[in-house]
Design a protein around this ligand. Structure first.
Ligand SMILES: Cc1cc2nc3c(=O)[nH]c(=O)nc-3n(C[C@H](O)[C@H](O)[C@H](O)COP(=O)(O)OP(=O)(O)OC[C@H]3O[C@@H](n4cnc5c(N)ncnc54)[C@H](O)[C@@H]3O)c2cc1C
Length: 396
């Protein structure tokens, strides 16, 4: 019989992991707590590393083209719309900060369809509460009474798998909450627009010819209850640049979501324990200040197949494959999480007054080349080669 995996969570990380494992011949079941598979959230910007991971799951040019609107990040403005960092339209800039504006529903639907086409079983309405990690070369893992060669913990920043197996790691509230919405119609801009103000950031990107995604990320006490989210967002961003006003004015109330943003400072001490591998926000929920959460969730998913699925299907031992996954993923994700904290301090988390003026002056003096090189270090990731099997006596 082939190898089996149970994936907990049918978000981006879970579906990507399921697809990549199934592509290497594993039998995969996904357990999702929601009654219907689907993505909560409005849009996101898929940077080149996210697109590389997406292609690593077997998607072709036409699938990438169907995701959304190809564009790039042309820089950052202050809240009144004055350029702080203006990136010119050159091939180098487009390559470094290129992205696709994507409606989350489309990304999720593409992953869901691909998972089903690869033979993945998706069981909805099944919240996971119990996990036994097993031993890589001994007892199987057990999740909700199902035995598996590997369990993938992909159940988001408030992961039940993590709570069961890494009880010392807790997500914390970032102090920031984020409105997200889709406005019908194209914004006047073709590129990603980002605006920084005191303790706040607003961004817009076109996700289709007739849809613009926006987010408004602001300091707010956790669990704040707001009756009319759209009215509150309009009030919070009153006085910001006119494109911000326009996109908020065009948004219907039912298209607005708000979520308190939690993260996992430091991440997990290891991304694997027993036969369990942790991916996506469950492994390392990060601040969204670099927009890399879904991108790294796709990377993790892609690596689950290449570094665990392929070598084990080829007759290799599971323990070294799990080690290889941890060694490939944890340092990168830790570095990105640290960079996201630094980016927040300098960007959307910065206070008002002289701090804004000083920061904006420093950024205006920074050469565009330094910014695009830094960005390329993050977004230049490509999938690793499938790992060769590490042979030994314990094949599973
Ligand atoms: C404001 C904001 C903007 C962002 N913008 C970007 C961006 O532009 N680009 C980018 O790359 N990233 C962005 N991100 C980050 C990105 O949204 C997340 O990192 C990514 O969606 C995480 O995916 P995931 O699959 O790990 O977790 P999730 O999307 O949280 O999925 C977890 C899944 O597990 C299920 N689940 C939970 N608990 C259980 C359980 N006990 N049993 C079974 N199932 C369970 C959930 O229902 C869900 O389906 C942004 C985040 C925020 C907050």
């Amino acid at each position: 019989m082939g190898h089996t995996a149970v994936v907990v969570g049918a978000g981006v990380a879970g579906l990507a992991s399921a697809v990549s494992l199934a592509r290497t011949g594993w039998q995969v079941t996904v357990l999702e707590r929601s009654p219907e598979p689907g993505e909560v959230g409005a849009g996101l910007a898929m940077t080149p590393n996210a697109v590389a991971a997406f292609r690593g799951l077997g998607f072709e040019d036409a699938d990438v083209a169907a995701l959304g609107h190809p564009t790039w990040g042309s820089g950052i403005r202050d809240l009144e719309g004055r350029p702080v960092l203006a990136l010119p339209d050159t091939p180098v800039v487009r390559r470094s900060v290129g992205l696709i504006g994507v409606h989350r529903r489309r990304l999720h639907a593409a992953l869901h369809r691909r998972a089903l086409a690869c033979g993945v079983e998706i069981v909805t309405g099944t919240p996971v509460t119990t996990v036994e990690a097993g031993e890589p070369e001994g007892a199987p893992a057990v999740v909700e009474g199902r035995e598996a060669d590997v369990v993938v913990g992909a159940d988001g920043v408030r992961s039940a798998v993590r709570a069961a197996l890494f009880p010392a790691s807790h997500p914390v509230y970032s102090g920031y909450s984020s409105w997200r919405g889709i406005a019908p119609g194209a914004s006047g801009y073709t590129t990603l627009q980002q605006y920084w103000g005191p303790h706040a950031e607003f961004g817009t990107v076109r996700v289709a010819d007739d849809e613009t995604y926006w987010y408004g990320y602001v300091a707010m006490p956790g669990r704040t209850v707001i009756g009319d989210e759209l009215a509150a967002a309009r009030a919070r961003f009153a006085g910001w640049a006119s494109p911000v006003q326009q996109v908020l004015a065009a948004t219907p109330p039912e298209a607005v979501l708000r979520h308190d943003v939690h993260h996992l400072p430091g991440g997990l001490p290891r991304y694997t324990t027993g036969r369990v591998v942790m991916v996506g926000d469950a492994a390392h929920g990060t601040l969204p200040t670099m927009g890399q959460g879904a991108a790294t969730a796709l990377e993790d998913g892609c690596c689950a197949g290449l570094l665990i699925g392929a070598p084990v299907a080829g007759g290799g031992r599971l323990a070294p494959a799990l080690e290889a996954f941890d060694a490939a993923r944890r340092p990168r994700r830790r570095a990105l999480a640290r960079a996201s904290v630094a980016s927040g301090r300098f960007g959307s988390h910065l206070g008002g007054g002289w701090r804004q003026t000083l920061r904006n002056t420093v950024v205006r003096l920074t050469p565009a080349g330094a910014i695009t090189r830094g960005s390329r270090a993050v977004t230049g990731w490509t999938p690793p080669e499938p790992a060769p099997p590490v042979l030994g006596t314990a094949a599973r």
